[in-house]
Design a binder for this molecule. Structure first.
Ligand SMILES: C[S@@+](CC[C@H](N)C(=O)[O-])C[C@H]1O[C@@H](n2cnc3c(N)ncnc32)[C@H](O)[C@@H]1O
Ligand code: SF4
Length: 348
């Protein structure tokens, strides 16, 4: 079966106050060695797992747009034999990528681009410590369309201390004017190992505002997962359908057969030994739990026949209570936000 491919780029131009991703601003000198390391890991993994092709590719980060186009020329030469039937190749980008870079990356075969816009409000961007302005983001999104991208995602962060209806309304107005096909909207999370660690004053707890904002996004884009709206990203759908994936790069995660495997997060250590993995074994019951949870969080649903008799009985109760529904042998949730509670109830 074809698999998914995730490639992690752990470099950023600046560190955002909220971000706990495996990304660094002071390791640019390692970029060249990084290619050699991911090449080594990739060749090792495709041979070990006998992979002939990938269904989708996702190049994420960190910030993939911090890498020079020559990095991707080499990367796509390496990937080419595995991309004959690949339906979607996504790359994440800061909204400061140049038109030249966008055109070249499109020419290499990337057909979906995801911009970490967060907001179109300059004060909010400064507050988040983003290194782009609203005007630059608008220009870059228009350039992506001009460069030939038909699938454009914007990441938006909401529920920050600066948010209010006026600010978000203005963001929506700008989104309406742009050639965007997808929105990932994330409620700000206060994470450990970030500048904002434990500082909950940076978050705004306003459920009414959140509900209003999500409703406004849903008027414009179809919700297909808790945080995702618009034309579905096939790669993410693949994760939620519990397909197998390779995770290439420092701190990447892969999932093959019953094993989840983790590479080293430290970029220097990863470069020294890119095929050093830690493995986590998942029992069939762990996998079943994940399939139910991920399936209920998104439009993918889950196959009813993975459940035992007792679990199926509980699903029938939920169908009667109109919490879930059955379609073509799959169980779907009416409300993705209830996925956690429903999955615990089904597999208790
Ligand atoms: C890897 S970044 C996207 C690409 C690029 N690094 C950028 O930021 O422009 C993934 C996205 O995760 C979201 N994110 C990261 N940390 C978050 C947090 N603490 N709370 C909510 N969303 C977060 C942001 O919207 C961010 O754009
Ligand atoms: S949000 Fe994106 S640009 Fe900001 S530090 Fe995280 S990965 Fe880097």
């Amino acid at each position: 079966m074809a698999k998914l491919l995730y490639i992690h780029i752990p470099f950023c131009d600046s560190k955002c106050n909220y971000c706990a991703f495996n990304s660094y601003t002071n390791l640019n000198h390692l970029k060249k060695d990084y290619f050699n390391a991911i090449k080594k890991q990739f060749l090792n993994d495709v041979e070990k797992f006998e992979i002939k092709e990938f269904e989708t590719v996702f190049i994420g980060g960190g910030t993939p747009s911090t890498m020079h186009i020559s990095f991707y020329e080499k990367l796509f030469k390496l990937l080419e034999p595995f991309l004959k039937n690949t339906k979607e190749i996504t790359i994440e980008s800061n909204p400061n990528a140049s038109y030249e870079w966008l055109k070249e990356i499109k020419n290499l075969g990337v057909n979906r681009i995801s911009f970490g816009v967060q907001s179109f409000d300059d004060d909010k961007l400064k507050f988040l410590n983003r290194n782009h302005s609203s005007a630059l983001a608008i220009q870059t999104i228009q350039n992506a369309k001009k460069a030939g991208f038909e699938n454009i995602n914007l990441d938006i962060i909401y529920s920050t201390a600066l948010d209010n209806k006026k600010l978000l309304q203005n963001d929506l107005k700008i989104i309406d004017s742009l050639p965007v096909t997808h929105i990932s909207a994330y409620s700000l999370m206060i994470e450990e190992n970030t500048k904002w660690e434990k500082d909950y004053s940076k978050r705004k707890e306003d459920e009414e505002l959140e509900i209003w904002f999500i409703k406004e996004i849903k008027k414009r884009f179809n919700q297909y997962e808790i945080s995702n709206f618009g034309k579905p990203c096939l790669h993410n759908l693949g994760y939620w359908e519990h397909k197998e994936y390779l995770g290439i790069g420092a701190g990447a995660v892969g999932f093959i057969k019953n094993f989840r495997y983790y590479t080293q997060t430290n970029v220097n250590e990863y470069i020294k030994n890119p095929t050093h993995y830690e493995y986590e074994y998942l029992t069939n019951n762990d996998i079943k739990k994940e399939k139910v949870l991920l399936g209920l969080r998104s439009i993918t649903g889950f196959e009813e026949n993975i459940l035992n008799k007792e679990e199926k009985k509980r699903v029938e109760i939920l169908i009667n209570e109109k919490k879930v529904f059955k379609k073509e042998g799959k169980i779907h949730s009416h409300d993705f936000l209830l996925a956690d509670a429903l999955s615990v109830y089904i597999i208790s």
